[in-house]
Write a protein that binds this ligand. Structure first.
Ligand code: SDX
Length: 427
C-alpha cells in the first residue's frame, strides 16, 4: 500500500511519472520503479548501493546508528542471552521458540549431523592442500545428489527438511575438510554435545585419546556463529536469493552463497585480516603508520582489511561484541598480550583517529577481530571463512525460504548497453 508518491520528471519530451512510495516497519522508504520500463527507461545502480531488491522481515540494519536486529531483537541482547541454535529457530520461524519447540528443533538438528557415508569419497578427489572453501563449495553443491528425496521447493515441509539438513551438516562437512587437509581420520558427530562443542570435537578430537571441549572456546565459537548468522541482503545472501529465484535446489543455492562469501571483500576478509596483521609484523608506531599510509594511498592496492562496510557508517555492532569475546578467549589462554591482538588494537586506535578513515566513516567490521579469536582457539586461517559459511547458512536458507514463501519471481536485472550499434558481418 503506497504511503506517498514520488514524481519523476523526464525532459525531452516532458513527462511526469507518478511512482508509489512504500514504507516498511523500520528504515528507508522505497520507491517502486517498476512502471519506468513502460516509459522506456531502467534505473541504474551498479553494486545495488541504493536498491531494495525485496521485502524481508528477517534482519534490520541501521548503518548510521550501528544497529543490527534479527526479527526485532538487537544482536547485543541475542549474543548475551541466546545461543546459535535458538537464533537459527528465530531466523527461520520469526519468533523465539517455547522450551518444548526449542527441544524439538535442537533434537532435529542433532539427528541430522551425520553425512551419507559415500560423501567421504568426495574428499578423495581433492588435493590435500585444497582450500577448504573450494571443498565446501563442491561438497555442499553435491548434497543434492544424496538428498533429492525432499527437493520440492514448493513444499514448505521439504524446504524445512533441507534447511535442517544444511544447518546440521555444515559443521560436519567443514570439520571433514580440515581433517582431510591434516590426513587425519574424519570424526563422527556426537549427540551428547552442543552445536559448537560438536564442531570443536569433530575438528580437534582424534581416535587416539580422549578430547575435552574447552567450555570457553565452545561459548566463544557459539557467539561467533551468532554474530555471523545473518546480515540482511549482503552479497552472498543476494546470491542465494538470485539462484533460488530460478527454482534451483537449496543445496545448489547455498553452494552459490559459499562461493560469493569466499571473496576477500566479503567473508574472505577474516582470513585477509590475519594475513594483513602478519604482514604488518610489529606494533611499532612507525611501522603501523606506514601500513595506514599504504591503505590511504589510492595508488596502493593495500586495504585495511576488516575495516569499512557497505552499510555501516559507524561501528559494526558485531565488532564490539567480537572484541569482548577476543579478550575473554585470550584471557582464558593466559596470554592477553597476544602480539597479533596488540597490533590489531594499535591499528584500530590509529585508524580511528585518522581523518581519511573518519571522513569515509570506515570502522572495524565483524571480520576485524574474529580471526584473532579463531586462531587463538587453534583454528587455521584458511578455515576462518569456512566457519563464517557454517554460521551464515541459517541466514541464507532463511532468506531463501522467505523468498519462496512469498511472491516468487525469477531475478533478472537489466543493463545500460554501451556496446557497438548494429553492424553487418563483412561479406
Ligand atoms: C563483510 O554486506 C555485508 O553485510 C557484509 C558482511 C556480512 O555480514 O555479510 O558484513 C560481511 O563482508 C564485512 C566487510 C569485510 N570486508 C573487508 O573488511 C574488506 C575491506 N573493506 C573494503 O574492501 C570495503 O570497505 C568494503 C568492500 C567492505 C565496502 O566497500 P564500499 O562500500 O564499496 O566502499 P568503497 O570501496 O567505495 O570505499 C569508499 C572509500 C574509497 O575511498 P575513496 O574512493 O573515497 O578515496 O573508502 C575507501 C575506498 O578506497 N575504503 C578503504 C577501505 N574500505 C573503503 N580504504 C582503506 N581500507 C579499507 N578497508
Amino acid at each position: 500500500m503506497a504511503k506517498r508518491t514520488a514524481k519523476l520528471i523526464l525532459t525531452e519530451p516532458d513527462t511526469v511519472i507518478d511512482l508509489p512510495v512504500y514504507g516498511g516497519s523500520l528504515g528507508h522508504d522505497v520507491i517502486d520503479v517498476r512502471a519506468l520500463v513502460s516509459k522506456g527507461v531502467f534505473t541504474y545502480d551498479p553494486g545495488f548501493m541504493s536498491t531494495a531488491a525485496c521485502e524481508s522481515a528477517i534482519t534490520f540494519i541501521d548503518g548510521a546508528q550501528g544497529v543490527l536486529m534479527h526479527r526485532g531483537y538487537p544482536i547485543e541482547q541475542l549474543a548475551a542471552q541466546s545461543n546459535y541454535v535458538e537464533l537459527c529457530y528465530l531466523l527461520l520461524f520469526g519468533e523465539l521458540p517455547t522450551p518444548e519447540a526449542y527441544r524439538q528443533f535442537e533434537a532435529r538438528i542433532r539427528n541430522h549431523t551425520m553425512v551419507h557415508g559415500q560423501i567421504a569419497n568426495f574428499f578423495q578427489g581433492f588435493r590435500r592442500d585444497a582450500h577448504p572453501m573450494a571443498i565446501l563449495c563442491g561438497v555442499v553443491g553435491g548434497l543434492a545428489a544424496f538428498y533429492h528425496d525432499h527437493l520440492d521447493t514448493a513444499d514448505s515441509e521439504d524446504r524445512l527438511i533441507s534447511a535442517i539438513r544444511l544447518v546440521a551438516k555444515m559443521p560436519t562437512i567443514a570439520a571433514m575438510s580440515y581433517k582431510y587437509a591434516l590426513g587425519q581420520p574424519f570424526r563422527q558427530p556426537r549427540n551428547d554435545l552442543s552445536y559448537a562443542e560438536n564442531f570443536l570435537h569433530m575438528m580437534f578430537s582424534t581416535p587416539c585419546e580422549p578430547y575435552e571441549v574447552n567450555p570457553v572456546f565452545a561459548k566463544a565459537l557459539d557467539r561467533i556463529l551468532m554474530l555471523h548468522a545473518d546480515h540482511e541482503q549482503n552479497a552472498s545472501t543476494s546470491t542465494v536469493r538470485l539462484a533460488g529465484s530460478t527454482g534451483a535446489n537449496p543445496f545448489a543455492c547455498i553452494s552459490a552463497g559459499i562461493a560469493a562469501l569466499w571473496g576477500p571483500a566479503h567473508g574472505g576478509a577474516n582470513e585477509a585480516v590475519l594475513d594483513m596483521l602478519e604482514q604488518i609484523g610489529d606494533d611499532s608506531e612507525a611501522n603501523i603508520q606506514r601500513f595506514i599510509d599504504k591503505a590511504k594511498d589510492r595508488n596502493d592496492p593495500f586495504r585495511l582489511m576488516g575495516f569499512g562496510h557497505r552499510v555501516y557508517s559507524s561501528f559494526d555492532p558485531r565488532a564490539r561484541v567480537m572484541k569482548e569475546t577476543c579478550d575473554q578467549v585470550l584471557a582464558e589462554l593466559g596470554n592477553p598480550d597476544d602480539p597479533t591482538l596488540r597490533i590489531a588494537k594499535r591499528v584500530e586506535q590509529i585508524a580511528l583517529e585518522d581523518d581519511y578513515f573518519i571522513q569515509r566513516k570506515l570502522y572495524p567490521n565483524v571480520d576485524f577481530y574474529s580471526g584473532i579469536i579463531l586462531r587463538a582457539m587453534g583454528i587455521p586461517t584458511n578455515m576462518f571463512t569456512v566457519i563464517f559459511a557454517v554460521a551464515r547458512t541459517i541466514g541464507w536458507i532463511s532468506h531463501w525460504n522467505e523468498m519462496i514463501d512469498g511472491d516468487l519471481k525469477i531475478g533478472r536485472p537489466r543493463q545500460l548497453y554501451v556496446g557497438p550499434p548494429r553492424r553487418n558481418y563483412p561479406d
